[in-house]
Design a protein around this ligand. Structure first.
Ligand code: F6P
Length: 420
């Protein structure tokens, strides 16, 4: 369980013009904090608008001089804000992210006052981007395909959305009051400003926000090739690969060299021999992380599941009841594994080249949960078979998954799915 001092409730409110990546940042922050164990929810005003008024509204609706549109948007904004504050009040330790433009001083004053009245600490996160190419790419990738424009030709939709942006531009007042708490992200992380940021949670976001980028690149997850311990069915240890495991290592090297430009794949292993031996045929420099070592099975290390169950039936029953929180005596829980994987995740976010992570069953389950935005509690039994490469490619709001089974010889694609 998280320590009591780590359960601070907090509210964040996005700020910025349309198509500046606010929803992208909001969702990434939510994914990260949820994975770290802080229940986090995004309250997106666009979703409220679509529910109340239907998907498409012409750009005139967003004109600040149109009293009808302005009043309707203000009402929706307050509804979403009140929903967030009620949800936060239900249980301590929750984090709410208010995903709206909040692009004028007056609007931010209202948001601040309501949060203050509810006793909720608030930090604004402003996303500023002035690069027309980035803005256009964002509009094409996330707006044109959104329900707002489902029935419109792409170029008409682009034109309408640009007009919508122009309405907001006329009224936009970037955050300038340095007496308040805010984070500014400028040009997708080129510069990140933290102003009057105090406390554990907002500070914990800084490494993530500094490293976020939108360059598409695959992340490959694989367990090491079959080890002696796998053959014997024992937990943990630091055994060598079996001949079958060595054959997998060679197939993996072939797969990676055929998957993309040679030399561009960064390879990470744990500090255990079986991952290093799996990386060897790749013939390239690797980074060995202790943080990627398999879950520490404590007093069960070196035993089979059956031996553990027979010697410690109560322990085994406790693990079956709550595998995520269960901590092996003198070892770790899945929840502990997440905390030590935090720097790995931040470094994964930073990388712009493809990354191959050669790891172990439990650690890969928790990385998979993060990348696929799934509750980690539900991933302690996710299938991460031996001799299979899981290719995860981040997309605008999710991740595309492909699985390749490399045993015995040729890569075979066995599954494709997407999150987000
Ligand atoms: O059996 C291989 C292994 O990597 C063990 O070393 C580890 O304890 C186990 O998988 C983790 O999986 P589970 O949590 O399902 O026991």
């Amino acid at each position: 369980m998280l320590d009591r001092e780590e359960t601070a409730t907090a509210a964040f409110a996005m700020v910025g013009l349309p198509a500046r990546g606010k929803t992208y940042v909001a969702r990434r922050v939510a994914r990260y904090l949820s994975w770290l164990g802080h229940p986090t929810r995004v309250f997106n005003i666009g979703a409220y608008r679509r529910e109340k008024y239907g998907a498409y509204q012409p750009h005139e609706f967003f004109d600040p001089d149109n009293p009808v549109g302005h009043g309707a948007l203000l009402e929706l904004a307050m509804l979403a804000l009140d929903d967030m504050l009620s949800w936060l009040a239900e249980q301590p330790g929750r984090v709410g992210i208010y995903d709206a433009t909040n692009s004028t001083r007056e609007r931010r004053r209202i948001v601040r006052d309501r949060c203050k009245k509810a006793g909720m600490p608030l930090v604004f996160i402003e996303s500023i981007c002035n690069d027309p190419a980035v803005i256009d790419a964002n509009v094409r990738e996330t707006k044109i395909s959104s329900p707002d424009y489902r029935f419109m030709e792409a170029e008409d939709a682009m034109r309408d959305f640009r007009s919508r942006i122009a309405h907001y531009e006329r009224a936009y007042e970037p955050i300038s009051d340095t007496s308040k708490s805010y984070i500014k992200i400028i040009d997708v992380g080129r510069q990140v400003v933290l102003n009057r940021i105090h406390g554990y949670l907002p500070a914990r976001l800084a490494p993530l926000l500094i490293n976020l980028h939108v360059a598409p690149r695959p992340i490959y997850l694989t367990r090491h090739g079959e080890s002696m311990a796998n053959g014997e069915g024992t937990l943990g240890g630091d055994s060598d690969l079996t001949p079958r495991g060595e054959a997998y290592a060679r197939s993996l090297a072939r797969f990676i060299s055929s998957a993309g430009p040679e030399g561009r794949v960064t390879v990470w292993t744990s500090r255990l021999k079986r991952t290093d031996q799996t990386a060897a045929p790749l013939g390239r420099r690797t980074r060995a992380w202790r943080a990627l070592d398999e879950i520490d099975a404590g007093i069960c290390d070196g035993k089979t599941y059956n031996e553990c169950k027979a010697a410690m039936p109560d322990e085994w029953a406790a693990r079956a009841r709550d595998k995520f929180h269960y901590r092996y005596p003198r070892g770790e829980s899945y929840e502990d594994v997440i905390q030590r994987l935090d720097p790995v995740v931040i470094e994964l976010e930073r990388q712009r080249d493809p990354v191959l992570v050669i790891g172990h069953q439990a650690v890969l389950r928790m990385l998979y949960a993060y990348l696929m935005d799934k509750p980690p509690q539900e991933c302690t039994r996710v299938s991460i078979p031996l001799h299979t490469v899981i290719q995860l490619t981040p997309t605008a709001y999710g991740c595309e998954e492909r699985r390749f089974q490399l045993d015995p010889q040729l890569p075979v694609e066995i599954a494709t799915r997407a999150s987000g």
